[in-house]
Design a protein around this ligand. Structure first.
Ligand SMILES: Nc1ncnc2c1ncn2[C@@H]1O[C@H](COP(=O)(O)OP(=O)(O)OP(=O)(O)O)[C@@H](O)[C@H]1O
Ligand SMILES: [Mg+2]
Length: 255
């Protein structure tokens, strides 16, 4: 169970996330919605450790994560899409995914200089990386360098790297933003399949309400950094606070 208690961050006088207490159970997909600037991405950054909370705590399965570095939180099971800026832009797509797979497999590098075991490790890592690339429909680009990828493929690669981590908690922040009509379904399908693994906790920030309606088991709404609604999708979507908060977004989507 992922849990935040009174999680808060202030930027100068502005409270971007304001005392958010919420628990996320394995086997559920929770959509986090709210207007632009509501604090959704900031909430993710506080959970993953990219930002340091002004107050409150984050814990996973009873382990307090507050105060841990982002990489220690990743190790504990929190999966946040990599920033492509953290990758090796001059290595290929396959090489990057293979490194991510390798980083999550313990002991692979501790077998000493046994050429056979190095080879067989390498083969297993490559096979896993290949599988992930097939899952995100990026196999045709496996030998391209990251730097040369068009935007949609970079977003797919972010998801591929997240899959490689095999985390307990998957955090997706507008995963299909900037993708074209052919690319978005691949990612949504992957999230659908992840949902079938009932042990995973999935958090999804998403503006597209049709996607939210289809995928979410639960919706929470942030507004000015505060948690203002939490419940069954149909109920939350029908609530006045969402209708109001989304008027602007509905206009934007229609434009
Ligand atoms: N590093 C920062 N320094 C100062 N203010 C910040 C910082 N990061 C976020 N903010 C502010 O915090 C508020 C919440 O921003 P955040 O990006 O979390 O919103 P969001 O809900 O993800 O919006 P969107 O839907 O547009 O992605 C905004 O007012 C933003 O300007
Ligand atoms: Mg955001």
């Amino acid at each position: 169970m992922l849990e935040t208690k009174d999680l808060t961050i202030r930027f100068g006088g502005h409270v971007a996330v304001n005392g958010v207490s919420c628990a996320f159970a394995p086997g559920t997909l929770t959509a986090i919605v709210g207007p632009n600037g509501a604090g959704k991405t900031t909430y993710f950054n506080l959970i993953s450790g990219q930002l340091k909370a002004s107050a409150g705590t984050v814990s996973l399965d009873g382990q307090l994560l507050s105060g841990l570095s982002p990489s220690a939180r990743t190790h504990a099971g929190l999966g946040r899409a990599f920033q492509l800026t953290n990758l090796f832009p001059n290595l290929t797509v396959l090489e990057n995914v293979r490194l991510a797979v390798q980083a999550t497999r313990e002991g692979a590098h501790r077998r000493g200089l046994n050429l056979w075991s190095i080879w067989s490790d390498h083969k297993a890592l490559t096979e896993r990386a290949d599988q992930i690339l097939a899952d995100v429909a990026l196999k045709s680009r496996e030998h391209a360098t990251v730097a040369s990828l068009p935007h949609g493929d970079q977003r797919k690669l972010e998801v591929a790297l997240l899959m490689a981590l095999e985390p307990k908690v998957f955090m997706f922040d507008e995963p299909t933003a900037g993708m074209n009509a052919a690319e978005a379904p691949v990612i949504l399908d992957l999230i659908r399949r992840l949902k079938q693994d009932k042990t995973k906790t999935i958090l999804l920030v998403e503006h597209k309400m049709d996607v939210v309606r289809e995928l979410a088991d639960r919706i929470i709404v942030l507004h000015n950094g505060t948690l203002v609604a939490d419940g069954e999708p149909a109920e939350v979507i029908a609530s006045p606070v969402v209708q109001e908060a989304y008027l602007g977004i509905a206009k934007e989507a229609a434009a």
